[in-house]
Design a protein around this ligand. Structure first.
Ligand code: SAH
Length: 333
């Protein structure tokens, strides 16, 4: 399929259903050629909602007044034990930028997980750190790191973040992670305030140049108590088109059907897979902390048991003709 710049712009804006169906079909064909009809499951463990940052869109930003929690090492390990039983072979430890999780603390947690579950991959998503810190986490056994670039346009980045944060540093972190040897995840929100067709094209250009092993994209959803709480949510339709375009531009990418899509549409994750996605990340966090990790409003699956949500997602994938193997789901180099 021809994905020249003008054709990408056309695909992002057209209301011709045949063009869009063709785009989704091509994305699935490309995915199936690389990975087969497989959707990899990752168990998401939200380890802390403390955060020193103040990103304008985020429901756990420093200035939101909300109940804060952090999981203990034992709680995190319990989540992994449950996840391992359920057939997860990747654990994603995500959180706000919480100084309590120093390098020493995180390295100890990673080493303990890798010792008890040597057959599992550990993905970290803990925000920006220094290169030496990333190196220590890698040496402790972490396999992958997710750090969405959020936008590839510096002015748009400045609109979404306070002055104390910098576009340059975020991009430097991604380069550092790559150099150290992590499988690296980038990504962005669709429909974030200030986003334009032009900034989206820059995001696609960045993905094509940097070729992250993973790309997480989901619609922006307003979060209560933030400066953007009254802004419009991003479009499910546009997110699906972007997923398909990213799959075709970067056939080997690991592409999650995000919870944010599932939040905005009852079949959002299925539709994402039918547009070329091949990863799902059900929640393994303890029941009582899930609602507190409220990065946006009405986040999906707060409350349901880990076992229940894993079974639910497996059924949903089966219904659209996809397998959910017990597999780490590494990048196909
Ligand atoms: N502190 C970590 C993890 C952040 S949460 C980090 O900085 O990487 C993971 C992702 O959720 C963010 O990168 C952001 O893209 C997304 N997110 C945050 N607020 C959101 C919102 N209101 N709507 C949709 N996605 C959001």
């Amino acid at each position: 399929m021809n994905l020249s710049l003008s054709n990408i712009e056309h695909l992002l804006t057209t209301s011709d259903p045949t063009a869009i169906d063709g785009l989704f079909a091509e994305a699935c064909r490309v995915r199936d050629e690389v990975y087969g009809r497989k959707v990899f499951m990752r168990g998401l463990i939200e380890i802390t909602n403390h955060c020193k940052n103040n990103c304008l869109y985020c429901g756990i930003r420093r200035e939101v007044s909300t109940q804060r929690y952090r999981l203990t090492k034992e709680q995190i390990l319990d989540c992994c034990r449950i996840g391992n039983q359920l057939g997860f072979r990747t654990f994603v430890l995500q959180g706000g930028e919480d100084g309590w999780f120093t390098d020493d603390v995180m390295c100890d947690i990673v080493k303990t997980i890798k010792k008890e579950f040597p057959h599992c991959a550990v993905t970290l998503s803990l925000g920006e750190r220094g290169k030496a810190s990333f190196q220590r986490l890698f040496d402790a056994g972490a396999d992958r790191y997710l750090l969405r670039h959020e936008t590839a346009d510096a002015a748009h980045y400045a609109y979404l973040h306070p002055n104390e944060m910098s576009f340059e540093h975020r991009m430097q972190c991604l380069r550092d992670l790559r150099e150290i040897g992590f499988q690296v995840g980038a990504g962005f929100m669709v429909g974030s305030p200030g986003q334009t067709l032009e900034t989206l094209i820059k995001d696609l250009q960045f993905i094509q140049d940097f070729r992250p092993e993973m790309v997480g994209i989901g619609p922006f959803i307003p979060a209560a108590g933030t400066p953007f709480e009254s802004r419009q949510a991003g479009s499910v339709e546009l997110t699906l088109r972007l997923l398909a375009i990213i799959r075709i531009l970067h056939p080997r990418v690991l592409l999650p059907a995000t919870t944010a899509l599932g939040t905005l549409h009852p079949n959002g994750r299925e539709r994402a897979v039918m547009a070329g996605a091949n990863v799902v990340m059900p929640n393994l966090s303890p029941q009582d902390t899930r609602a507190l990790y409220s990065i946006y409003n009405n986040k999906l699956s707060t409350g349901s048991e880990a076992a229940e949500s894993a079974a639910d997602i497996r059924l949903r994938m089966k219904a659209i003709g996809m397998e959910t193997p017990v597999d780490r789901g590494d990048f196909a180099y």
